[in-house]
Design a protein around this ligand. Structure first.
Ligand code: GUN
Length: 296
């Protein structure tokens, strides 16, 4: 069984990015900058945002966290985004989701300048992904991280049956669109399952590559996996754990301990896809910087 080590690969990617950031600093005296907006005090989001900012500093990029109160209006948030769109020091803009009820996600997505949309959520970037212009726009960081794991572990995907469980705009839908592209480390036959799919295991058992992104702890059991399948776990579920100081721990959508015995390759949680999401966010921010400064 191949253990797909997302922590190691993300460290490799960050080392590559650190070198390129240092090169730009030396030659043009500027480094990329990421601005992250967070609205309210969702505990998990606070941790994610801090980790994103720390990762920027770690590779030599600038980062700022803009903390807005939970009662921020949509108009106020759109005002902050407009300022960042116009700022020459800001290469990447990310508005952490989920957002409070009074704010419409879609309006926020549309407000971010597509050329600074390092989350890859703007319809212009989603459209470029769908039509296969991957170099032109930005790809959503988590699915992009999964592709990068497949690429760096040289996992054969062409002609394989990839079954994705989950259809979110952040993971499931872009993941499916990537896996069907006629490109290396994609080029699969793709099935997308979701919460309304009856008898899920009928589909998951047919997967050569199974990608779980539905947000239900240990939904994927060993009985649902074909022997020899490649299993990618995108789940980030908090479950109670009395042995931890916080009283909880992070676990995936896959029953790792059981599934690892039948899979040919598997990602753990934590230490699998999670660190890759941040690495690809940094990669997108560097790409934006290079595009804005006409360096690519
Ligand atoms: N919330 C959970 N994942 C993400 C992500 O990739 N980007 C943003 N903006 N919010 C998230």
């Amino acid at each position: 069984m191949l253990f797909i080590d997302g922590k190691k690969i993300s460290d490799d990617i960050k080392a590559e990015l650190r070198q390129r950031v240092a090169f730009h600093k030396l030659h043009i005296g500027k480094v990329p900058g990421l601005s992250v907006i967070i609205v309210g005090n969702n505990a998990a989001s606070q941790v994610y945002v801090r980790n994103k900012a720390k990762a920027c500093i770690d590779v030599g990029m600038n980062s700022e966290i803009i903390q807005l109160s939970a009662d921020t209006t949509e108009a106020q948030l759109l005002g902050s985004i407009a300022e960042l769109n116009g700022s020459p020091n800001v290469d990447g803009i990310l508005v952490q989701q989920p957002l409070p009820k009074q704010i419409d996600d879609y309006h926020v997505t549309l407000a971010i300048a597509p050329e600074k949309d390092v989350d890859g959520f703007h319809p212009e970037n989603v459209g470029k992904l769908v039509i296969g212009k991957l170099n032109d726009g930005f790809i959503s960081c988590t699915p992009y991280g999964v592709i990068e794991l497949l690429r760096r572990y040289k996992i054969e995907t062409a002609g394989k049956h990839c079954v994705i469980v989950g259809r979110s705009n952040i993971v499931g839908k872009p993941m499916a669109n990537l896996m069907m592209q006629k490109l290396d480390f994609m080029n699969s036959t793709v099935t997308v399952c979701h919460s309304a799919t009856p008898d899920l295991s009928t589909y998951t058992k047919q997967a050569d590559i199974l990608i779980a992104a539905i947000g239900k702890a240990h939904l994927i059991t060993a009985a649902m996996v074909k022997p020899g399948a490649v299993v990618i776990d995108v789940g980030m579920n908090s479950v109670p754990d009395a042995s931890k100081k916080s009283g909880q721990r992070l676990t995936g959508d896959v029953d790792f301990e059981a599934v690892k015995n039948i899979a040919s390759a598997i990602t753990p949680v934590p230490g699998g896809v999670g660190p890759m999401t941040i690495a690809m966010l940094l990669s997108n921010t560097l790409k934006s910087f290079e595009q804005q400064n006409k360096l690519r």
